[in-house]
Design a protein around this ligand. Structure first.
Ligand code: ADP
Ligand code: MG
Length: 480
């Protein structure tokens, strides 16, 4: 769309992440996904009169962890507020949330965009409870309600309206998912609804600083859908403005069957939720000391590892991005480089053969830790040209991993050690050239493609032991 260049999209995201606590935010009901409907619903979850909620300390700790990781300011004086509204899957008639004192204020999340680091500014991260679930596709005539999810702890992370493209939103949500998994506070599983996103989108003429009227696309349950929904909305909004229509504030939903969105309701005047402090829950104070204790338990974060490894190990942006994709992998790497200086080779092994091996076997990095000394031997054999990379990864690694066989022993037993002796390779080359005089003649007349055939023959008669580099050098010398 040519007119699109005149406009700038403005996007703000609200992410709800279910905290990976065993029990709910205000009672001992289990939070486990997939239980039989309505089996984790104590009178507290149901809001029966006379019941008293009690705050789950683990949930507060998890929310603070996220706040620290995002460099938010942690609010020390907190209270929970009742957000009153009617909804069938909200058994109490109100949701316990935070109002004027979100647990974490401000902060930022680093993302990679077009090869550069940029920051998404956060407005707040607060704690609240999840609602139950209305299920429309079991019965043709009825809506079924499962209240197991009601009361599950959530953090809601709200960005400033500071994003400007679907790609940027995509990167942000990817990074948030990685971060919650890294911290171990949420499983990040979008299909199961552990991580959900609402996207607020508006457009304005470039250069303007005021915000346009926004639409909100609710409950996006995959990162792909977030991107698709935003792409669709930006085009749709620009189309409306171009044709002179007024944009009305709307709540919309995404239709994954055709990558479009549709209106579910026009926003009436701002909802009046009649917030007030929950009289059953005492305000809670978070001490500086407690914040520091949590800080001390935080693992090194991907962003910190990236810059440390880039400068101290001389790795590329791509390599450090890859090696900090997942916490177990980065811990394995951190551990490995205590005992090797072949940093780049270690990255290559992890990104290639090791990932492949773990993927195939379903094993984890924990199970591979014992193999680090074998891996170091393999790196040394490859670096010193005694073993080809292909044989090291394909045959020797597979042959010795999980055993106590030494790399060199295995390679020798299977005749995989390369012969670097020029004399021996010379003899093999002679043998091959003598056996194929007509091919030698053809090569000399210009059929240079035959080089591959000669190398292959040397490989064959040496049973793969001739170092291919030296073989090529000798062949080139002899064939002039
Ligand atoms: P609401 O009360 O409708 O939920 P908020 O002011 O709390 O609205 O903002 C919700 C999200 O929408 C935030 O991420 C915010 O950055 C974003 N947002 C607010 N106004 C706009 C706008 N005009 N265009 C795009 N995003 C917006
Ligand atoms: Mg909103």
């Amino acid at each position: 769309m040519a007119e699109a260049n005149k406009y700038e999209a403005v996007i703000g995201l609200e992410i709800h992440a279910q905290l990976a606590t065993n029990s709910k935010l205000f009672c001992g009901d289990a939070t486990r996904f997939g239980a039989a409907p309505n089996t984790h619903i104590s009178p507290i979850t149901m809001g029966h009169p006379g019941t008293l909620p009690k705050t789950n300390k683990k949930a507060v700790e998890y929310a603070i962890k996220m706040g620290i990781a995002c460099e938010s300011t942690i609010e020390q004086n907190n209270y929970f507020a009742r957000k009153n509204y009617f909804y069938p899957d909200l058994p109490k008639g109100y949701q316990i949330s935070q109002h004027t004192t979100p647990l974490c204020v401000g902060g930022k999340v680093a993302i990679q965009l077009n090869g550069q680091t940029s920051y998404v500014q956060l407005n707040r991260i607060h704690l609240e409870e999840d609602a139950g679930k209305s299920i429309h596709d079991i019965s043709p005539t009825d809506t079924c309600i499962d209240l197991n999810r009601a009361g599950t702890p959530l953090i809601e992370m709200v960005t400033e309206p500071c994003l400007h493209s679907a790609e940027e939103a995509f990167q942000y949500v990817t990074e948030v998912r990685k971060l919650v998994r890294w911290l171990g506070i949420c499983d990040g599983n979008m299909e199961e609804g552990s991580l959900r996103c609402d996207a607020n989108i508006s457009v304005r003429l470039k250069g303007l600083t005021t915000l346009g009227t926004k639409v909100e696309v609710k409950n996006l349950n995959s990162i792909r859908n977030i991107k698709k929904a935003i792409e669709f909305e930006i085009e749709r909004l620009i189309g409306l403005v171009e044709s002179g229509e007024t944009i009305i504030q709307q709540t919309r939903s995404f239709d994954a069957n055709n990558d479009t969105t549709f209106a579910i309701r026009d926003k009436e005047d701002a909802n009046d939720y009649r917030y007030f402090p929950d009289p059953d829950l005492a305000p809670f104070h978070i001490t500086e000391e407690y914040i520091n204790t949590i800080k001390a338990t935080l693992p090194a974060l991907p962003q910190q590892l990236k810059s440390a490894w880039k400068s101290s190990l001389g790795l590329s942006d791509y390599d450090v991005d890859q090696i900090t994709e997942n916490k177990e992998e980065s811990e394995f790497f951190a551990n490995w480089i205590q005992t090797t200086k072949h940093y780049k080779a270690a990255v290559n092994w992890i990104l290639g053969p090791i990932r492949e091996y773990l993927h195939e076997t379903g094993l984890t990095y924990t199970e591979l830790h014992t193999s680090i000394s074998q891996l170091n031997d393999l790196l040394d054999l490859v670096e010193s040209n005694q073993l080809s990379f292909a044989n090291a990864t394909g045959k020797v690694f597979r042959g010795i991993v999980g055993t106590n066989i030494e790399a060199l022993q295995f390679a020798q037993d299977h005749q995989l050690i390369q012969n670097n002796s020029t004399d021996t390779i010379n003899q093999w080359v002679e043998q091959v050239l003598n056996a194929h005089p007509e091919k030698v003649a053809a090569y000399k007349k210009g059929k240079k493609g035959l080089m591959g055939v000669f190398i292959g023959e040397v490989k064959k008669i040496s049973k793969g032991q001739a170092d291919p580099k030296i073989t090529t050098q000798i062949l080139e010398k002899k064939l002039v």
